[in-house]
Design a binder for this molecule. Structure first.
Ligand code: NAD
Length: 374
């Protein structure tokens, strides 16, 4: 089994799909590992560190042609020279990248999408959405703090007192919870809201104040998979009023709200942004999914005429490239190891397994995943 680790070609991507640690573990399973020259550069992992771990450093074309299994962070749109039957494990974002999925099927590649990993206990160690969102939530707070011309903690000094920053987090999934924890560690006074009522206790347990609409709809806002549903217009109106009232008193707003398979909900309007005092900063972690904040632009820090900044960095996990790579690479290793067959020294993707059914996009020349039908 020859495993090839690609260098990333996507814009704003500094992560890498294997680290020297996971290379060692893959070799211990019985695989041969090749790493594309320079693959770890964005995460400050030199080729020499991979070589020391036992990998061969290879050029892209040779690596792709030889590989039985290819590991990447973002699936490249095409893989010229790849052999039919080669498995590719990566993030595919299939809803936005239908052409990539079709291209993989057309040449007989087996595409395994880490971003479709089912949220079941057995797959927790393979859950890239969680491992990457956690770091995104952390980095969002640091990004916002860097743009904010004031301090986060309350400071009592001989020259007088600096008040603590007031931070409001909208969307309390994996990223939101880490944003709350990080802002609290920096000394901010934090409040937070979500549509899923289950998050109320989690917010309180992190020492933040929950701001909630509690009605029949919030009691049923969570799907069996633990995700949010799209809410009714009546709920949205109540939520908008609550946000208007809350936001005017905040210094910092962090939004992370996503609805799987739908555009991100618009939670903060330009009027609400304008109600914040000059110097306030917002960050929109959903900016690439359509955005939670009106006026946010992907890849930019926008400053409004009222002196409020809206941070919209792309690919925030990639802004913590070393740790994001370390966790992503372990997620990948855990998937490969879970399906590894000791006798043949190769992974066997059992087609009736819940995890394989969850992640397999293409197989035997066809697009096979239910999310791609219709
Ligand atoms: P996500 O990235 O899909 O969304 C982020 C947050 O935005 C969610 O909390 C969601 O409820 C919230 N949101 C959506 N619409 C909103 C709106 N209109 N207003 C306010 N908030 C809104 O979510 P996620 O971070 O992937 O986590 C979702 C849930 O899945 C969490 O409960 C998490 O603990 C759970 N989870 C379970 C597993 C597992 O069982 N293996 C793994 C990871 C996460």
């Amino acid at each position: 089994m020859r495993i090839g680790v690609l260098s990333e070609t996507a814009d704003v991507e500094r992560r890498v799909a294997a680290t020297p640690e996971t290379v060692r573990k893959l070799i211990a399973l019985g695989a041969e590992v090749s790493v594309e020259a320079g693959a770890g550069a964005g995460a400050a992992i030199p080729d020499a560190a991979y070589a020391e771990a036992g990998a061969t450093i290879a050029e892209r074309a040779a690596l792709i042609a030889a590989a039985d299994l290819i590991l990447a962070v973002q699936a490249p749109p095409t893989l010229p020279g790849a052999r039919a039957g080669t498995a590719v494990v990566a993030i595919f974002a299939p809803a936005a990248n239908r052409a990539t999925v079709d291209a993989y099927a057309a040449v007989g590649l087996t595409a395994l999408a880490m971003d479709l990993m089912p949220r079941i206990t057995r797959a927790q160690s393979m859950d890239v959405l969680s491992s990457q969102s956690n770091l995104a939530g952390y980095k969002a707070v640091l990004d916002v703090a860097a743009e904010y011309g004031r301090a986060f903690p309350m400071m009592m000094t001989a020259a007088g007192t600096i008040p603590a920053a007031r931070v409001f987090v909208l969307g309390v999934g994996v990223a939101g919870l880490q944003a709350i924890a990080t802002a609290r560690r920096l000394g901010a006074v934090v409040s937070a809201t979500d549509v899923r009522l289950a998050t109320k206790e989690q917010i309180q347990s992190l020492g933040a104040k929950p701001i909630f609409i509690e009605d029949e709809e919030t009691r049923a806002a969570e799907t069996s998979g633990g995700y949010a549903k799209e809410m009714s217009d009546a709920y949205k109106a109540k939520q908008a009023a609550l946000i208007t009232e809350t936001i005017a008193k905040q210094d910092i707003v962090i939004t992370t709200a996503l609805i799987p398979g739908r555009p991100a909900p618009r939670l903060v309007t330009a009027v609400q942004v304008a109600s914040m005092r000059p110097g306030s900063v917002l960050v929109d972690l959903a900016v690439e999914a359509g955005g939670n904040i009106e006026g946010a632009r992907a890849g930019e820090v926008v400053e409004t005429s009222g002196g409020v900044k809206i941070v919209g960095h792309k690919n925030v996990p990639s802004r913590v490239p070393f740790d994001a790579s370390a966790l992503y690479a372990r997620n990948l290793f855990n998937l490969v190891a879970a399906f590894w067959d000791k006798d043949t020294r190769a992974p066997v993707w059992k087609r009736d397994d819940e995890i394989v059914k969850g992640v397999m996009l293409t197989d035997g020349g066809a697009v096979v995943h239910p999310v791609m039908q219709g």
